[in-house]
Design a protein around this ligand. Structure first.
Ligand code: ATP
Length: 269
């Protein structure tokens, strides 16, 4: 337990409406995570097998994988325990697999809960060279994770969500039935989604009437959600640089911001 004290338990406050676009992903997450928690009686009445409890979100950085995981926990009223794959090695040297065990113990104690593994590919590729040809730390952590996943009883209140930018390097053992057997692609936003994302991030900004969200959405092909959030922050800073007493952000501030914040190159990895 000592190793895991550092992993914060929280009830995140992210609403579905804080996420622009990817409606199909939201719907799937509801089915996989929310229904078993809230409609377990209905599901068993219909005689269907319990839905899978492991979901893998994949897609380019900055496109709302983490937001999705937090939102489904938040909207369902579940506790949320997040850990980054690589942290399991760096923070708990020598006791990484104990850390995985403790993580799931904590999730069971906090049930109903969501365990979120960000950068899960960091588990799959980590190899401890000091150990030569023996079983690596990565292998031991992985096998502990698989043991924990296999031991989860469906509908007993723990869902596991993992995220990666690199589906191609994920250990396929993780993707077998009963483990992360639901794979959802969280892609970059289309124009309509970009409009929504601008609206979300402008929510608390005093914008002038000349700001055209549709034009901004049109001009930001290839921008991720994180890029759009950066554009909005930048526009506000530009307005302040120009005049610290300003009360609003104008379209021209946004246009200057677009010149400074370029899209992440998610398509050209
Ligand atoms: P990474 O792979 O880098 O961890 P991610 O896919 O998990 O990225 P998030 O951490 O969810 O991305 O998104 C980063 C930030 O970008 C969010 O906190 C939010 O401000 C903004 N963002 C990304 N996508 C959206 C979206 N669809 N709607 C609103 N904001 C978004």
């Amino acid at each position: 337990p000592s190793a895991m004290r550092e992993v914060a338990l929280e009830v995140p406050k992210v609403r579905w409406s804080d996420i622009g676009g990817n409606e199909d992903v939201k719907q799937k997450l509801k089915e996989i995570v929310e229904w078993p928690q809230k409609q377990s009686a209905a599901i068993s009445r219909m005689g269907v097998d319990p839905p899978p409890h492991g979901v893998l979100l994949h897609g380019p950085p900055g496109c709302s994988k983490t937001l999705m995981a937090r939102a489904v926990a938040s909207e369902t009223g579940l506790n949320f325990i997040a850990v980054k794959g690589p942290e399991l090695f760096s923070k708990w040297v020598g006791e990484s697999e104990k850390a995985v065990k403790a993580l799931f113990a904590k999730a069971r104690a906090a049930a109903p809960s969501v365990v979120f593994f960000d950068e899960i590919d960091g588990l799959a590729v980590k190899r401890d060279s000091s150990q030569g040809a023996g079983v690596s730390v990565g292998d031991r952590v992985m096998s502990q994770l698989l043991t924990e996943m296999d031991g989860l009883v469906p509908m007993k209140g723990i869902s596991v969500i993992a995220a990666t930018n690199r589906l191609d390097i994920i250990d396929t053992a993780l993707l077998r039935p009963g483990r992360f057997d639901r794979i959802l692609y969280v892609g970059p936003p289309d124009e309509d989604s970009r409009r929504q994302i601008f609206e979300i991030h402008m929510g608390r900004m005093p914008c002038s009437h000349d700001v055209s969200v549709s034009q901004l959405a049109e001009k930001t092909a290839f921008y991720t959600g994180a890029d759009i959030s950066a554009v909005c922050r930048e526009a506000a800073m530009i307005a302040l640089e120009e005049n610290v007493d300003t009360k609003e952000v104008t379209m021209s501030h946004f246009e200057t911001a677009l010149g400074r914040v370029k899209p992440s190159k998610w398509g050209t990895k």
